[in-house]
Design a protein around this ligand. Structure first.
Ligand code: FRU
Length: 308
């Protein structure tokens, strides 16, 4: 009898041990669909995700690049669902076309973290991103103060079917409201530097006086700068942008190309932290708002200033 008890005890301990090992080894597959990798900011987002995920050997990342094609990105989400990944991270190109596949994945019980650009409705697990309206408003107020309340502006917008483009525009318009700062030329450069350069050539051709260019991202502001430089007019105006990557926007501020760059954090690390919480069965917030810095010549060397 004693022997049997001993055997049972050993078996129970072994079972418990193997169970614990098994639990510790449980692997999670995370599918990440990035809308494109043609821009430094998106490469940085993937790097942030990769670096954070690598600290957790139980996470296996699968990265897909939608190459700026919403249809391709829809298909990627669908593939993640049919291959039964444990969680999806998506940084959507556009809100409307990505809404149905995200909602479908979510309704099938796969947690979906939406990063930086939004989808429509609320069928996703959580949205992580900075407050684009607040950044736009801060940029508008900054411009009003920098130009002493009046001036003629060019606004080069991000893709207007994506939510950051819409919010950076409406926030900015709120920020300049009540002043004599006027947007005299605006165009959708779809986040891309070559488009911004072309649009700026049109602005320069039709407007003899431009005091400032507001680019919805730093590549856009830089494209505008290159066009103005080619026309010999870059010293007549200021350029501001958004993103403030150390090796892009912050570097342009240091070089005197941009007068200001507003930070747009990628949220990559935060997405992995949240994925771990979800795997641990914790409740996560529906929305996480990331804070931003503003960088100007005066503060760039000391790490910028928080946006209030
Ligand atoms: C990169 C990018 C960034 C911008 C973000 C907005 O694709 O254009 O420059 O801040 O997307 O979603």
């Amino acid at each position: 009898m004693k022997k049997l008890l001993k055997k049972l005890l050993v078996a129970a301990v072994l079972f418990g041990f193997s169970h614990a090992v098994h639990a510790a080894e449980k692997q999670y597959v995370v599918g990440m669909s990035q809308c494109n990798l043609g821009e430094p900011w998106r490469v940085q987002m993937n790097t942030d995700i990769k670096n954070a995920a690598e600290k957790h050997p139980n996470i296996k990342m699968i990265f897909k690049d939608a190459q700026n094609d919403s249809l391709k990105q829809r298909a990627q989400i669908e593939e993640f669902v049919s291959s039964k990944v444990d969680l999806i991270i998506v940084s959507p190109k556009e809100a409307a076309p990505l809404t149905p596949p995200v909602a479908d994945a979510y309704k099938k019980g796969i947690p979906v973290i939406v990063l930086d650009r939004r989808v429509l409705g609320s069928d996703y697990t959580s949205f992580i991103g900075a407050d684009n309206k607040k950044i736009g408003r801060a940029a508008g107020k900054w411009v009003v103060s920098k130009l002493g309340g009046k001036g003629d502006l060019v606004e080069l917008k991000g893709l207007m079917t994506s939510t950051p483009g819409q919010d950076r525009d409406s926030g900015f318009r709120e920020g300049i409201k009540g002043s004599n700062v006027k947007v005299v030329f605006d165009a959708d450069m779809k986040w891309l530097e070559p488009n911004a350069r072309k649009e700026m050539e049109s602005a320069l051709a039709t407007h003899p006086k431009i005091d400032l260019v507001y680019g919805h991202n730093d590549p856009g502001a830089h494209g505008a700068y290159l066009a103005a430089k080619a026309a010999g007019r870059e010293k007549e105006m200021l350029f501001i942008g958004i993103d403030a990557l150390p090796h892009e926007g912050q570097a342009y501020v240091k070089q005197g190309i941009l007068a200001a760059s507003f930070e747009y954090p990628t949220g990559g690390r935060e997405a992995i932290d949240m994925a771990l919480d979800i795997f641990a069965g914790k409740q996560v917030p529906k929305e996480v708002t990331l804070e931003s810095h503003v960088f100007t010549k005066d503060n760039v060397d000391s790490g910028g200033e928080w946006l209030k």
